[in-house]
Design a protein. Structure first.
Length: 102
């Protein structure tokens, strides 16, 4: 069996550089109806925060209109937003949870 050889050419392996995924902030938005205790419970349940950390973020949401719950890759952030939104609807609260690129 004959084989073909290429003379004068050199094939080099090119390494593809993996770029880190874009990260997204998950935010809670303030409203006048959702109880503060419910916001704290959401932060503890879906973002694994202790009471002190959850209270600090709840107060930031209350005073500044929004607060960052965490920074995640897109799929995880979208899942967190959906989980929080569904939980709030289930408990008949208008709590808004959104994500934005970091």
């Amino acid at each position: 069996m004959a084989t073909k050889s290429q003379e004068g050419s050199l094939l080099e392996a090119q390494r593809a550089k993996a770029t880190p995924p874009k990260m997204y902030k998950v935010l809670l938005l303030n409203d006048d109806y959702t109880p503060m205790e419910f916001v704290i419970a959401v932060l503890q349940r879906f973002f694994a925060m202790d009471t002190e950390q959850a209270t600090r973020i709840m107060l930031k949401v209350h005073n500044e209109g929004r607060g960052v719950c965490g920074v995640f890759p897109r799929d995880i952030a979208a899942t967190k937003v959906e989980q929080v939104s569904a939980f709030a609807r289930q408990h008949q609260h208008p709590l808004a949870c959104v994500m934005e690129e970091n």
